[in-house]
Design a protein around this ligand. Structure first.
Ligand code: SIN
Length: 330
């Protein structure tokens, strides 16, 4: 779109998803193909966007075009490089990313964990999405995109957040919790960070800050590393045994050895004694083990003498990202 020199800018990066999806029948909200429409075309379909911008120029860039169930590490790396490059420009005041809903929470957490504090503690990175394709009779993408730009323009906004169906969620808390309804995200116990109400942002909590312990060298390494440490998620359930863990330990190729396991425990992170024994074998083999819960709400309150590391309230998929990043920093 527009790119007037010297004007303040909002940048919109496209990565695909249902927001960019199309179906052959406008009444079909599930039998569509994700990631078909370019980000510039998505922006053109948002009514009233130019008046919202109040003199800001809008730049768009297609970083990827994928169904986010197929999200890849190399796309994350490109994304983190492009976000950093744009946010480093003094005239870029905020950034929006269009993304599929299925792994949006992982990308949001990844960006929160790796983007330099000097950038995201002063500017917002706003992920947005849609549950209905662009070709729908009543698509939710244009409204979500408009509200994401509203949040990106909001004075004082900063940190990585997600906007969907009028709610703003912090990257740390956001989680998809519905399979098809437009309001598909929750922040669990924490509650949303803000609401977008008829074009106005009502802030409920402080904008998020980057985690403090980010080593700049680790961030640079992540942006270019070619092999990511293998970290798998295993779950506890009735009748569970440790067979999956033992199989992972046996089939751990030299090229991609198992480095970490995240266990999605029951309740307060409890684990079947047979799975626990297998996880102990994994620890002895040098594999890092992190305990989380399969419960949608609440955090695991670590027992005093737990042999497995605590996820610090992260969901299983986010704890996996955190563990991969931690292993990469070593
Ligand atoms: C995707 O995650 O890319 C497809 C599903 C969606 O965006 O809702």
């Amino acid at each position: 779109m527009n790119s007037e020199k010297n004007a303040k800018k909002i940048v919109v990066l496209g990565t695909g998803g249902t927001i960019a999806g199309t179906a052959s029948n406008a009444a079909d909200n599930i039998g569509y193909t994700a990631a078909q429409v370019g980000v510039a075309q998505l922006l053109d379909a948002v009514p009233g966007l130019s008046s919202l911008l109040q003199g800001h120029a809008l730049l768009s860039e297609q970083v990827a075009q994928v169904d986010s169930k197929d999200m890849r590490f190399d796309i994350w790396q490109t994304l983190v490089r492009r976000v950093s490059a744009h946010l480093s420009q003094p005239d870029v005041t905020g950034l929006v990313i269009t993304h599929g809903t299925d792994t949006l929470e992982e990308t949001a957490y990844f960006l929160h964990a790796v983007l330099p504090a000097r950038l995201i503690n002063s500017k917002p990175v706003v992920l947005t999405c849609a549950m209905r394709p662009a070709s729908s009779l009543s698509p939710d993408g244009p409204q979500n995109l408009k509200e994401a730009v509203t949040v990106a323009l909001r004075a004082g906004a900063h940190g990585v957040v997600a906007v969907c169906a009028g709610s703003v969620h912090a990257a740390l808390d956001v989680q998809k919790n519905h399979t098809y309804q437009p309001a598909a995200f929750t922040s669990g116990d924490a509650g949303p960070l803000a609401y977008v109400e008829e074009g106005a942002v009502r802030l409920l909590r402080n904008w998020p800050l980057a985690p403090e312990l980010k080593a700049q060298e680790a961030i640079e390494k992540i942006a270019f590393v070619s092999t990511w440490p293998r970290v798998e998620v295993v779950m506890n359930y009735a009748g569970c045994d440790g067979a999956v863990v033992d199989a992972l330990l046996r089939c751990s190729p030299d090229a991609s050895p198992l480095r970490g396991l995240v266990v999605a425990g029951t309740g307060n992170g409890t684990i079947h004694k047979d799975l626990e024994a297998a996880l102990r074998r994994a620890l002895q083999a040098g594999v890092r083990v992190v305990r989380t819960t399969r419960c949608a709400n609440g955090r695991v309150l670590p027992a005093a003498k737990s042999e497995f590391a605590s996820s610090d309230g992260l969901s299983p998929v986010k704890a996996r990202v955190a563990l991969m990043l931690d292993l990469m920093g070593r």
